[in-house]
Each structure stands twice: as structure tokens, then as C-alpha cells.
Design a protein around this ligand. Structure first.
Ligand SMILES: Cc1cc2nc3c(=O)[nH]c(=O)nc-3n(C[C@H](O)[C@H](O)[C@H](O)COP(=O)(O)OP(=O)(O)OC[C@H]3O[C@@H](n4cnc5c(N)ncnc54)[C@H](O)[C@@H]3O)c2cc1C
Length: 234
């Protein structure tokens, strides 16, 4: 599908949402992803195509992706994306993926986001908000520093429990601190019985938590994962 860059919004430090107007109807379910092509001169080995979660909600007119610009060794793709003029036409692949809300609306959900892994949760929570559907959601969101928190007001306004975990807190921070781990997730969740846990973030983090949570007795069918390759840390 051909899409046109409509506007850009800074969500947090070095984190931006890019909003696109599709040429025609673009069907997707909140939480799914797409592949965006950004043609540019002399691309590095990371290429001109990248996978991105669609951070907007199907209730919204524009499609968005939200991503982070690395402070060191940013790919030529990200550098080109950051410099795109408004009005640029690009190609976006059809939506795909099964990191989506369960059909059963009564299942209590635990969303665990590591850094930029917050993007599918933004899509889902925006969708639930716009469609006036209340689900039991606990959102655990881990970042390094306070300035890296994106979508805070939406998350705070919807989630039954919103827990922000800061690795490097500011002096005035009085919430949870430290690094996320399977044990920390279970401590924040309490009794996980019957709860569906969604993990989203850098590949290494998600794969590690997935294994550790399974080892600690979380049932396979209650664990849903979305891992982003290409990032080493949150
Ligand atoms: C299903 C799916 C959904 C995704 N959703 C999102 C999303 O919503 N938002 C998002 O931001 N990303 C998402 N990603 C990841 C995305 O596709 C990119 O892999 C990621 O953004 C990193 O982009 P980049 O390679 O341009 O690295 P950059 O962001 O430019 O850099 C990231 C860091 O990676 C290191 N690095 C990694 N590979 C190399 C290399 N080959 N050479 C040198 N340094 C390297 C560098 O140290 C650098 O600091 C998703 C991936 C998948 C598969």
C-alpha cells in the first residue's frame, strides 16, 4: 500500500511517531505490524526495509509507527527516516501478526513493555479507549530514564494498574526502580493464575523473560510474545 507521510510527533527523547495517510483502506488489528520501505542512498547492511508495529489504532484515520533513534551507530534507514520531508510517499506492507487482544474480553491481561516495546500496547489501549471497551489491564513499562517514557497519559488513563519501572530514576522518583526480570514481573503481578501475560520489547529481553517465566510455572498458552530484533537494550 502506498502511504504519504502526514506529520511527525516527538513522543519522548529520541522517540518519534510517524503518521501516514494510506492511499486506500488499510485493514489491521491493534497490535499487528507492517514492513516499511524507506529508499535512500547507500543503505548499510540493515537495508531499506524495517518491520514496525503499527502504533496507531484501527479507529484512527492515519497509520503510525513509533521508533527510536539510536544515539550511536544509527542505521542509514533510521537516519533517512528521521530526515523524511512531510509529503514523502513510501510503501507499507499489509498488516500481519498475532500479538493481538484475546477474543475473550474477561481474561485479565498483563502488558509488559521494555522501552520501545510499548508500541503494540499503545495501539491496543487506544483501540479499547476509542471503542469504549473496558478490560482488566495491568501495564508494566520499563525504561532507562524518565525522559524515555512514551504514551504515559493514555496508559495512565486506561490501565487498571500502571507501573513504570525506571532503571536510572530521577531524585524525586518514588516508584519502582531497577531492571526488569521475570522475578520482578511476578512480584509486580502477584498471583499470575489465569492472567494472560504479553511481553514486548528487544528480542534478547523478551526471549529471556519468556524462558524464565515458563521455568517459573507460567502456562505456555497464557504467554504471548513480540520481540524486536535490532535493539540490544531497552
Ligand atoms: C514484529 C516486529 C515489530 C517491531 N516493532 C518495532 C517498533 O514498533 N518500533 C521500533 O522501533 N522497532 C520495532 N521493531 C524493530 C525494527 O524492525 C528494527 O529492527 C529496530 O528499530 C532497529 O532498527 P535499526 O536496525 O535501524 O537500528 P537503529 O535503531 O539505528 O540502532 C539500534 C542499535 O542497534 C545496534 N545494531 C544493531 N544491528 C547493528 C548492525 N548490524 N550494525 C551496527 N549496529 C547495530 C546499534 O548498536 C544501535 O545502537 C520491530 C521488529 C519486529 C520484527
Amino acid at each position: 500500500m502506498r502511504v504519504t507521510l502526514d506529520h511527525i510527533h516527538d513522543e519522548a527523547h529520541n522517540i518519534r511517531s510517524f503518521f501516514f495517510k494510506p492511499d486506500g483502506p488499510f485493514a489491521y488489528i491493534a497490535g499487528q505490524y507492517t514492513e516499511l520501505t524507506v529508499p535512500h542512498d547507500s543503505p548499510d547492511e540493515r537495508g531499506t526495509k524495517h518491520w514496525f508495529t503499527i502504533s496507531s489504532s484501527p479507529t484512527q484515520q492515519l497509520l503510525s509507527i513509533t521508533t527510536k533513534l539510536a544515539t550511536e551507530h544509527a542505521s542509514t534507514f533510521k537516519q533517512a527516516l528521521w530526515k523524511l520531508p512531510i509529503g514523502t510517499k513510501l510503501h507499507m506492507a499489509d498488516s500481519m501478526g498475532d500479538f493481538v487482544l484475546p477474543k475473550d474480553k474477561t481474561i485479565p491481561l498483563v502488558f509488559v513493555a521494555g522501552g520501545i516495546g510499548c508500541t503494540p500496547f499503545h495501539s491496543m489501549i487506544q483501540w479499547l479507549t476509542d471503542t469504549n471497551e473496558q478490560r482488566d489491564i495491568q501495564l508494566i513499562y520499563s525504561v532507562n530514564r524518565p525522559e524515555e517514557v512514551a504514551f504515559k497519559s493514555l496508559f495512565e488513563s486506561y490501565a487498571k494498574k500502571f507501573q513504570l519501572l525506571l532503571k536510572e530514576p530521577s531524585p524525586e522518583w518514588d516508584g519502582p526502580t531497577g531492571s526488569l526480570s521475570a522475578d520482578k514481573i511476578l512480584e509486580l503481578v502477584g498471583d499470575p493464575t489465569g492472567k494472560m501475560i504479553f511481553l514486548s520489547g528487544p528480542e534478547q529481553m523478551v526471549k529471556g523473560f519468556e524462558k524464565d517465566l515458563l521455568d517459573r510455572g507460567v502456562e505456555r498458552h497464557l504467554l504471548v510474545v513480540d520481540d524486536f530484533p535490532g535493539y540490544t537494550t531497552i
